[in-house]
Design a protein around this ligand. Sequence first.
Ligand SMILES: C[S@@+](CC[C@H](N)C(=O)[O-])C[C@H]1O[C@@H](n2cnc3c(N)ncnc32)[C@H](O)[C@@H]1O
Length: 218
Amino acid sequence: MSQRTDGIYSVLSIACLYRLVQRIVGAEKARRIVVRDYLKPRSGETVLDIGCGPADILTHFPPVHYYGFDLSPAYIETARRRFAGRGEFYSRNVTEIQPSDLPEFDLIIMISLLHHLNDEEAAKLLSNLRPRLKTTGRLISVDPCRIANQNPIAKFLINNDRGQNIRTSAEYQALAAQAFTYVKATVRNDLLNVPYSHAIIQCTFNFVAENSDESPLS
Ligand SMILES: C[S@@+](CC[C@H](N)C(=O)[O-])C[C@H]1O[C@@H](n2cnc3c(N)ncnc32)[C@H](O)[C@@H]1O
């Protein structure tokens, strides 16, 4: 695992401080946009959230069968308290998740997780999860990314992130393409209240026309 947890980063392990910092930079607005424009969860779907943190994303979801996994016991404890009855929450390192114990999912999400994993860990996780995604399902990741001529503030924030594996959008896409047939990458520079770039990676087994109403890739 490649995540800084020392010094100033240790305060972010405290769930309420993590959520305060997230609120200041506009993470809530970002989640709303990501859910509306990319995740598009439907009522009754089975959803797996790897690196779920305190599971803040659930406030934007309709009723779903939700499974959240995170390394941090404190984040998982907060999620259990806040969302009792709305999901199942487990404190696990991604390397300890046994995919065969899990059901099949309509939607697998990793919001700001892959940049905490090195290439080997990320590729293994994606290929382990592949059999757990329904043939009609989608896996979507969102991570900070490097872009050419990046805004200096974004560059500073990215260089000082807790995750040590921030990639370009093409690099995230290449990782996902090792496990999935169709991989679409989108860069957004407008999700936070501060200059920042995100790569949104959408993976499916079947090609989905972009202009289809049913498309998870639009
Ligand atoms: C930036 S936070 C994002 C949390 C949440 N997805 C959100 O959007 O608020 C990244 C999360 O990934 C978790 N994480 C990092 N490395 C992990 C690993 N190896 N296994 C499981 N979770 C991990 C961290 O504990 C942290 O909660």
